[in-house]
Design a protein around this ligand. Structure first.
Ligand code: SF4
Length: 358
């Protein structure tokens, strides 16, 4: 049975307001950087104009870091697109960091230093680095389910770009850029946020797939500061009705006591949210919970007592392609989760394409 997640949420999730925004001189010289500083100031942030382009005065507590945004210029190495299977052909970064406080956050294992949010001001240079790699992707060319999408570009590897869009405006500009592109290419990003209004009327030309990160009701207690799943589903419906291609990122799949029923309800809710959507071209990515030694250490420091199971004794140890170890669910449980989740997708979303289970 679908749940009340289908109801229009009583209120939108409040927009994130940074307490402090640090901006470098180089970033301020870009119109996008100056606009970010203005928007943050209008939200009440203290705007600190740094004297040099090196970031200084970074906070050292978690709480202060999570309320600080830095607007900087992405260096040439940072602007170079990187292969990023299985999510997409290429990754590019509009920002790093996220305002939410998820106890399982994958960023804990990938970003170092205090968890501030860095937004990049030199968007024209970032977008200008994308056309040279068109047609060179590996994911799309090797995967029949992706062939029609052209070269795919992932914009949310190290951030939730919708969560900070009201300050950056970068997503809207990127969506327009892809919409105007002649060649077959697709922008993809994942979000747990719901403030989709500013994107609905853009000339996206169906070249953007917005993937909503959703989870079972029992997982919401681990997603501090993020909009409720019902808000995300409402945003997904709005995006689908505005003609965007849609994706579901079911992540991280947890070994909840009632996981079969919980994820079945979630997928029924997703289906109900898309009723009447003209052609969402729905894809589904199924990602189980995993952690590394270092992400576990960081997360347990940030969220002591979160109650999220991160016990190596209950997991299988696997080596990543980079030679480090990650802890995943044991093989038998992985097989059960896969069969259960895929059955629920087939039952409720028979036209969806499952891109991968990992
Ligand atoms: Fe991390 Fe995503 Fe949660 Fe942000 S919304 S804290 S990126 S898991």
């Amino acid at each position: 049975m679908p749940s009340e997640a289908l109801e229009v949420p009583a209120r939108a999730h409040p927009l994130w307001r940074p307490k402090r925004l640090l901006v470098t001189p180089a970033a301020l010289s870009w119109p996008q950087g100056a606009a970010m500083a203005e928007r943050a100031a209008a939200l009440g942030a203290e705007v600190v104009r740094l004297k040099a382009d090196r970031l200084t005065g970074l906070p050292d507590t978690y709480r202060d870091a999570k309320t600080t945004m830095a607007v900087v210029v992405a260096s040439p190495s940072r602007r170079k697109p990187q292969p990023i299977p299985p999510s997409a052909d290429w990754r590019f970064d509009l920002a790093e960091g996220c305002p939410a406080h998820c106890a399982y956050c994958y960023l804990a294992g990938s970003l170092t230093g205090p968890p501030i949010i860095r937004a990049y001001a030199n968007l024209p240079e970032i977008l200008g680095a994308l056309p040279p790699v068109l047609g060179q992707g590996q994911v799309t060319s090797r995967n029949a389910a992706r062939a029609a999408e052209g070269t795919t570009f992932e914009g949310s590897c190290y951030t939730d770009p919708l969560g900070i869009e009201h300050i950056t405006g970068s997503l809207a500009e990127t969506i327009r850029f892809f919409g105007a592109w002649e060649a077959e290419a697709q922008l993809r990003f994942t979000t747990k946020y719901d403030a989709i209004g500013s994107l609905l009327n853009l000339p996206h030309n169906r070249r953007t797939r917005i993937r909503f990160s959703v989870n079972a009701r029992g997982a919401e207690r681990f997603e501090g500061g993020a909009p409720r799943v019902r808000n995300r589903l409402h945003a997904m419906r709005q995006a689908a009705m505005a003609g965007y291609r849609i994706g579901l990122t079911v992540a991280p799949i947890l070994n909840l006591p009632d996981w079969r029923e919980a994820y079945d309800i979630l997928l029924a809710d997703c289906a109900a949210a898309l009723v009447g959507a003209p052609d969402p071209d729905l894809t589904v990515e199924l990602i189980t919970h995993r952690f590394t030694e270092s992400s576990r250490e960081v997360l347990q420091g940030w969220y002591p007592g979160s109650g999220l199971e991160m016990d190596p004794a209950q997991r299988s140890r696997k080596l990543t392609k980079f030679g480090s170890a990650k802890y995943v669910f044991p093989k038998a449980l992985m097989a059960e989760l896969r069969a259960g989740l895929e059955a629920s997708v087939s039952r409720h979303l028979p036209h969806a394409r499952v891109l991968y289970f990992t």
